[in-house]
Every structure is written in structure tokens, then in C-alpha cells.
Design a protein around this ligand. Structure first.
Ligand code: FMN
Length: 230
């Protein structure tokens, strides 16, 4: 499954042509409700699996000392306020599941669920928002405990190996997302490089499952994890 940002090149039609995989359209509310609604409805018409909102970009990421320039008007990018009302609004635009990304606390998880979220992505945006934030994996168990019985919780940020995937699943994630490893695969060998990244993840997962005595992914549980203080 691919989660594609509204900030990406092309538009939902281009993404649909580029892959057979299920796609999740990830909106940025700073693009304005009109554009977000248009993209979300188009995504639904094109058979996407879900739509989502990235809620954590209250201030834009700095690269070095610079704010990247907007592709819209060439000026430094701006942040935007994010509110549960955006979730309620998105639920009225489409009948697809609505995924909320950028959740880093049980309190925010509860707010998102009460506003109608259908899945949560625990993510610190790959450390690009606050480089001293807690790791997504660290906050995952508390969020799973708070809302995990009500909806799927997905782990994003910092996944670098099959072992990281097994740990996330053991701590209650229903799935994981990975960002930069995919970009590194593209940079190294194009599409073949991306396939290789996922082959490596898969081989590493098999090795970790074997060494922890877990017969299958479905049987991964917190029993294989020792946490500080436990
Ligand atoms: C160059 C770059 C651009 C990104 N742009 C977006 C974006 O437009 N929307 C979004 O939700 N996340 C964006 N992200 C964050 C990724 O979707 C993902 O959350 C993050 O990379 C996960 O961490 P990882 O790279 O450690 O796997 C971006 C990340 C990078 C490295």
C-alpha cells in the first residue's frame, strides 16, 4: 500500500496510473478545503483505499537554516492549524476510511478517534518536525492502550529493518509505514531498489521471527519484547 502526499508531484490520476497497489491520499489542509475536497473525491472515484490528513505540520520543516519554498507561490512554506473539525469535515467529503497521521500522544489519539478517525498513524514525521521529539515507537504502546481496541494504529518513522517492523507489531501496531528507505531505494536503483528494500525487510523479519520462536507474523505478540522497567 502507498500513502501519497498532496505535496507530491502528479495528482491522484497520475498516482493511479503509476501503481496497481492500494493508495491512500494524504491531504494537507493548508492547500485549502476546496482543493483537498477535490483531491479526496477524485481519490474515491479512482478507487483509492482511504484518504487521510497529515495533522502535524503546524510549522513547516526547516531544511538546514532554510524554509523550503512553496511550489504554489515560490514563497517560504507556511504551517497551518490542525483541528478535530478537519477530521469531521473530511468524513463528510468521502465515504472512504479517514486516516489521521502525526499522532504522538494518547490524548491526541482520543481526540482524533472521537472526531471520527478510522485509523491513526503514530508518526513524528521522521523526526523532521521536532528533531528532539520522542520516537514514534516509544509512544506507540500508550496510544495502542488508549485507542487500539477501537481502530487500527499504524507505526511510521524510524523503521529501518525487519526487526523494527517486528518490534512495532509486537507493541501493537497493525501495520507500519516507511519513508526514507523507499527514497534511498529509488536513489540507488530506481524501482528495483525499492523492491530490494522490501525484500531486505522481509528477509530480516523472517530471521527475527525464527530467532524469537514466533511461527508467523499473525502470532507476533508483546511476549517477545522486554521493555525498560518491565
Ligand atoms: C523529503 C520528505 C518529504 C516528506 N513529505 C511529506 C509529506 O508531504 N506529507 C507527509 O505526510 N509526510 C511527509 N514526509 C514524512 C514521511 O511521509 C514519513 O512520515 C517519514 O519519512 C517517516 O520516517 P522515515 O523516513 O524514518 O521512515 C516526508 C519525508 C521526507 C523525508
Amino acid at each position: 500500500m502507498m500513502a501519497v502526499s498532496q505535496a507530491a508531484k502528479l495528482d491522484p490520476r497520475g498516482w493511479r496510473e503509476a501503481t496497481q497497489s492500494p493508495i491512500v491520499f494524504m491531504a494537507y489542509m493548508n492547500r485549502g478545503r476546496e482543493e483537498v475536497s477535490h483531491y479526496a473525491k477524485l481519490s474515491q472515484d479512482l478507487g483509492f483505499a482511504a484518504v487521510g490528513i497529515t495533522m502535524d505540520t503546524l510549522r513547516p520543516t526547516k531544511i538546514g537554516d532554510e524554509l523550503p519554498l512553496s511550489t504554489k507561490d515560490g514563497k517560504p512554506r507556511k504551517g497551518f492549524a490542525a483541528s478535530p473539525k478537519d477530521i469531521e469535515w473530511m468524513k463528510q467529503q468521502v465515504s472512504l476510511p479517514v486516516v489521521i497521521k502525526g499522532i504522538m500522544s494518547p490524548e491526541d489519539a482520543r481526540v482524533a478517534v472521537n472526531a471520527g478517525a478510522d485509523a491513526l498513524v503514530v508518526s513524528n514525521h521522521g523526526g523532521r518536525i521536532l528533531d528532539f521529539n520522542r520516537a514514534a515507537l516509544e509512544v506507540l504502546p500508550d496510544i495502542v492502550e488508549a485507542v487500539g481496541s477501537r481502530l487500527p494504529v499504524i507505526l511510521d518513522s524510524g523503521v529501518r529493518s525487519g526487526g523494527d517492523i517486528v518490534k512495532a507489531l509486537a507493541l501493537g501496531a497493525k501495520a507500519i509505514l516507511t519513508g526514507r528507505p523507499v527514497a534511498w531505494g529509488v536513489g540507488a536503483f530506481g524501482p528495483r531498489g525499492v523492491a530490494r528494500v522490501f525484500e531486505l525487510f522481509s528477509e530480516e523479519m523472517k530471521r527475527v521471527l525464527c530467532m524469537t520462536g514466533v511461527p508467523s507474523v499473525a502470532e507476533i505478540s508483546s511476549k517477545i519484547i522486554i521493555r525498560d522497567g518491565n
